[in-house]
Design a protein around this ligand. Structure first.
Ligand code: MN
Length: 277
């Protein structure tokens, strides 16, 4: 496993006046002989990459993805186009390396979240290529923000397969979009403002979601003492549940904004309807 960022501690950083705490954990699992997952948990960037290819160096592909994104993590402000350019560079790096003998056909998923400057205010940018996922944890539930690029997800979307059949379908591991292809894959991207009440996100590889359902993921994160604890507990639970693949989780937490940070001028108070009765 190639890992960049904290595996054993929480990190608090401030970017765009938003404090971010990060936690990350990765495990080879109980079956695989190599951990081809990689992750980045640094400042305003959190992501996982699940390398594919086995003999064809999936670990090299996922490391390229992490390195390309790590190159922009040191910038004080990220714009959406910075993230998209870095994803393009990751694809180029994997393609270039694929021309080396024995490395043809390697690829990787890439799923994550970045705090970006969008129109001068802090927004989250969620990005995805492949079947790794980003969840938002809120109100005791885990909501999958990304859409899987997989054969089974597409069959479910077309109404040809019921969602409950997807987890046992023979095509469940076949992904329809990955980094390391020519032409370059288009990442799915979602942009939305940060929540002043705080946000919690989980980015993870399919080794986690194949072992734990969404309800279990939410329950574990809510029970954890912080992002580092949450990431470790998620990965431990997935390994205990079978660990049939490499398992990686990165957890992002922003605490609620302090009262003084809220710009009251932009949120005029509405008259209280009860006062008018
Ligand atoms: Mn995997």
């Amino acid at each position: 496993m190639r890992a960049v960022g904290p595996a054993d501690r929480n990190v608090e950083v401030v970017a765009l006046d938003v404090t971010i705490e990060l936690g990350a954990a990765s495990h080879i699992g109980k079956v695989r002989r190599l951990n081809e997952d990689a992750y980045l948990a640094r400042r305003h960037l959190a992501l996982v990459a699940d390398g594919m290819g086995g003999h064809a160096c999936g670990d090299v592909a996922s490391a390229h993805a992490v390195e390309a994104l790590a190159a922009i993590a040191e910038r004080d402000r990220l714009r959406p186009e910075d993230v998209q350019e870095a994803i393009g560079q990751a694809n180029e790096a994997i393609l270039a390396d694929s021309r080396e003998p024995g490395r043809g056909g390697m690829g990787t998923t890439l799923s994550g979240i970045a705090l970006v400057d969008f129109g001068g205010s802090p927004h989250w940018l969620v990005f995805n290529i492949g079947d790794s996922r980003v969840y938002r944890i809120a109100g005791g539930a885990a909501v999958q923000l990304t859409v899987d690029h997989s054969e089974v997800a597409e069959l479910v979307a077309l109404g040809r397969l019921r969602a409950e059949e997807a987890s046992s379908h023979p095509l469940r591991h076949v992904i329809t979009r990955s980094l390391g292809t020519d032409p370059a894959p288009a990442p799915d991207v979602w942009i939305f403002p940060t929540d002043p009440d705080g946000d919690v996100f989980v980015a993870c590889s399919d080794g986690l979601t194949n072992e734990l359902d969404d309800a279990r993921i939410a329950a574990i994160v809510e029970a954890a003492r912080g992002p580092r604890d949450a990431a470790t507990m998620l990965v431990d639970a997935a390994v205990e549940a079978g660990g049939r693949d490499n398992v990686t989780a990165v957890v992002v937490h922003t605490p609620p904004a302090a009262e003084d940070d809220l710009d009251v001028a932009t949120t005029p108070k509405q008259p209280d309807p009860r006062a008018e009765r």
